[in-house]
Design a protein around this ligand. Structure first.
Ligand code: HEC
Ligand code: HEC
Ligand code: HEC
Ligand code: HEC
Ligand code: HEC
Length: 485
């Protein structure tokens, strides 16, 4: 068959028309292309605020476009379209190139090819760039996986880190962690689609990047020093909801800098004190063995008094180098226990302290296990309304807004911390800062971890803090610090 160069594009079109696969691809590409380019450019310049719409572009349209191109390629070179384009072999082009008269056409063809390829590459590049940013955005992490991420996202927004992106702690910089996170992300996406994700989401996160790579991008424990005055405000469950305060001087300490050696609480993260511990359970709450490097290169091994039994009964024996997360496991997803959650609402005046017995009543009603947040909201409203109607009729009659305000405050304390739909009740995720329920610091600092030469990991109350006041009304120490004494 005599062909001219201008037959090539025609032959390709014919090939596409003959192969159903390629035709399908061509249709997809033609329909998606203008829309995709428009949407991606819009996102690049103005930003698309709706995460679902952005998700549709990057996770459905983008791959569909690329899939369309693949179909065309496949249809042309491997399916029916093969017959139409198989004519254009290398030998054919060699012939044509030998013929000077066709140079002009070749140039046009090359231009066309380069032009089309450039457009495609441009679309790929923009798609990749915007898609990368989209997948690293808080909206993608926190909102698209709506049900599973609601608790973490809510708690995160109430934390000191609400302006730090999810990825700065969960992925950090560098390609290898990005890839690792996307592989595990794909598995998680599947779990969401198939609805097989665990409720609550498991903690600790065993695949988390070592915290020193992430936290230390912003915080440098070498630079911490000294003590920190911590004041804990609490309200008692009496008629007056009495306000009391616990005052601690926390020995924050330092991981050691030129001026001072490592000491105090951040002594653990000084490189010369590397602490490696063995945990006998997945949650890392049972710690049979702790080893500590000392400055002169020796190792001190502390074993708990029940180490052998604990190791024998281990469900998940693992070794771990202690880092920030072993204490700061709740830096941004802070779920408060019930009492501090209610107390925090007194402090912000979302629950009026003038309402008699409100702390006691709030604690009673929020401590019940509900199946949904809505059920809890209703129960809180019904219970508090009936309590004040029956016991404080004058307040209920004359100061209804105060009761309404209290109801809203208690409901907020509940829905910010308890997510029954995700299996999260009070204390499902507990913090390891401090020592509530014998956990936290007391996993090691319990006077029961002893070395061969008889040293124990200290449980002496003054190791970590000086208690200046404990649940006192108007503690003297605070008056003194304020210059009132
Ligand atoms: C300041 C650092 C930081 C930021 C910012 C952050 N996280 Fe986390 N996240 C953590 C740590 C630390 C853990 C718990 C690790 C552990 O105990 O092993 C965690 C745990 C989780 C878990 C597992 C369940 C749990 O609560 O233990 C999920 C899910 C999660 N984060 C999602 C997110 C999402 C979504 C965002 C952004 C909206 C985000 N994180 C932002 C540090 C962070
Ligand atoms: C991108 C920077 C960044 C990263 C990464 C980061 N933080 Fe922070 N962190 C901050 C900023 C900023 C604040 C202060 C916020 C404020 O004062 O409101 C803060 C505050 C804190 C506080 C004090 C919290 C409080 O309630 O006052 C702790 C503790 C902390 N970070 C621990 C961590 C840990 C642990 C990690 C790693 C899991 C981490 N941070 C990762 C920026 C970061
Ligand atoms: C042994 C447990 C432990 C380890 C390990 C630890 N911290 Fe802390 N950190 C604490 C405690 C306890 C506090 C005081 C908490 C409070 O204010 O209630 C604290 C306070 C902080 C603060 C706030 C300091 C201030 O002056 O308000 C930051 C920031 C912080 N830690 C970051 C880190 C980082 C980053 C790492 C890892 C390199 C780390 N910590 C390792 C226990 C630890
Ligand atoms: C994995 C075990 C482990 C955990 C968990 C742990 N520590 Fe320690 N800590 C040690 C070891 C080991 C030592 C060294 C022995 C000692 O001084 O008692 C130590 C020493 C200390 C010291 C003395 C440091 C110095 O100046 O010599 C302080 C303060 C301290 N820890 C605070 C804390 C606090 C606060 C927590 C909880 C937020 C905590 N530790 C959690 C293992 C642990
Ligand atoms: C290994 C370190 C460590 C030891 C030992 C320790 N504590 Fe603490 N304790 C802490 C930390 C850290 C906090 C602060 C927790 C926080 O910021 O929420 C704390 C908080 C407290 C609080 C205030 C709790 C609250 O929420 O009101 C009291 C009271 C307290 N400790 C008493 C004691 C007593 C009594 C001992 C001695 C048996 C002791 N602690 C031993 C680390 C320690």
């Amino acid at each position: 068959m005599a062909t001219t160069l201008s037959d090539i594009p025609k032959a390709f079109l014919r090939g596409i028309a003959h192969s159903r696969v390629a035709l399908l691809g061509a249709m997809a590409v033609t329909i998606i292309f203008p829309f995709l380019v428009g949407a991606v450019l819009y996102d690049l310049i103005f930003h698309i605020p709706n995460p679902y719409f952005a998700g549709f572009i990057y996770m459905i349209l983008g791959p569909a476009f690329i899939g369309g191109l693949v179909l065309i390629f496949f249809g042309l070179f491997f399916a029916r379209g093969k017959e139409d384009v198989s004519l254009f072999t290398l030998a054919y082009f060699r012939d044509k190139l030998a013929d000077e008269s066709s140079y002009d056409k070749i140039r046009k063809l090359v231009f066309l090819g380069v032009f089309l390829t450039c457009i495609n590459l441009f679309v790929f590049a923009v798609l990749g760039y915007s898609g990368y940013h989209y997948m690293e955005s808080n909206a993608f992490c926190g909102e698209v996986c709506h049900v599973p991420m609601t608790p973490e996202y809510t708690a995160y927004q109430n934390s000191a880190h609400s302006r730090v992106n999810c990825v700065e702690c969960h992925i950090g910089s560098g390609a290898s962690w990005f890839v690792k996170s996307k592989i595990s992300g794909a598995r998680q996406l599947y779990a969401v689609v198939a609805d097989t994700f665990s409720r609550p989401i498991e903690t600790p996160v065993h695949g988390l990047r070592p915290a020193r790579d992430t936290c230390e991008q912003c915080h440098r424990p070498e630079k911490f020093h000294g003590d920190k005055l911590v004041i804990k405000d609490k309200y008692l469950e009496d008629e007056k909801n009495t306000h009391v305060q616990t005052v601690l001087l926390l020995k924050i300490g330092s991981a050691g800098d030129r001026a001072a050696g490592s000491h105090g609480i951040h002594w653990h993260v000084a490189p010369e004190n590397e602490i490696v511990y063995t945990a006998a359970d997945w949650e890392r709450n049972i710690i049979p063995e702790v080893s500590q490097k000392t400055a002169n290169g020796k190792k001190i091994i502390y074993r708990s008094s029940e180490a052998d039994e604990q190791i024998a009964a281990a469900t998940n024996l693992q070794e771990r180098v202690m880092d920030c997360i072993d204490c700061h496991n709740r830096p941004s997803h802070i779920y408060l226990p019930a009492a501090p959650a209610i107390d925090s609402k007194f402090l912000t005046n979302d629950i009026p302290t003038d309402l008699p017995y409100i702390k006691q009543q709030a604690m009673k009603i929020v401590s019940v296990e509900y199946k949904t947040q809505d059920e809890a909201r209703t129960a809180i409203a019904t219970s508090l309304t009936s309590f004040y109607k029956n016991n404080y009729a004058d307040i209920y009659a004359n100061n209804r807004p105060m009761v309404e305000k209290a109801i809203a405050g208690v409901q907020a304390a509940y829905v910010e911390n308890v997510f029954p739909e995700m299996g999260i009740q009070w204390d499902t995720y507990s913090s390891n800062i401090g020592h509530s329920n014998e956990l936290g610091c007391f996993r090691c600092h319990n006077d029961e971890h002893e070395s061969a030469s008889g040293e124990v990991i200290s449980m002496d109350c003054d190791t970590c803090h000086t208690i200046l006041a404990e649940e006192e009304e108007d503690p003297e120490v605070l008056k003194m610090l304020m210059g009132e004494m």
